[in-house]
Design a protein around this ligand. Structure first.
Ligand SMILES: [Zn+2]
Length: 148
């Protein structure tokens, strides 16, 4: 059972650019959670539930995928516009094409201002709520992985 949850934690952390110790602290206030599991340590059902609950809450903070298409005008050049499909959010602007595309699907930072504009057109006010939640859980800072 340890292996399964450990695998889930590892995948989750890799996708979100989150350190395992940070994950443990945020989820169950135990920075050594992953290493204890790896060493065969047992966890209670309650702990397992808290881990699962943390992951599902944080999954909820991913970019929502919508069946919605629109055109967004460039902020700096009114003659340029970008086609956006929120089914698989991507953008043709330089900001997105040079760095954001590298992020895993669903990553909130994979959202440039045009994609954000498209969400506004789709009237997804919840996105703002998602963003706030994400900042509160400390997951809105993994931008260092872009520095490579
Ligand atoms: Zn863009």
């Amino acid at each position: 059972m340890n292996e399964q949850i450990l695998q889930e934690i590892t995948d989750f952390c890799r996708q979100r650019g989150l350190a395992e110790s940070t994950f443990g602290r945020r989820a169950v206030n135990d920075g050594k959670l992953a290493s204890r599991l790896r060493n065969g340590g047992r966890i209670t059902t309650e702990t397992l539930e808290r881990i699962r609950s943390f992951m599902s809450r944080t999954h909820g903070a991913a970019l929502p995928l919508l069946d919605f298409q629109c055109e967004v005008t460039s902020h700096s050049d009114p003659d340029t516009s970008y086609q956006i499909n929120l089914n698989h959010p991507k953008c043709t602007c330089p900001d997105w094409q040079t760095r954001r595309y590298k992020l895993p699907d669903g990553h909130l930072s994979k959202c440039c201002k045009h994609i954000f504009g498209a969400y506004q057109q789709a009237e997804i006010d919840d996105l703002i709520q998602f963003t706030v939640e994400r900042i509160n859980t400390g997951i809105a800072k993994p931008t260092r992985q872009n520095d490579r």
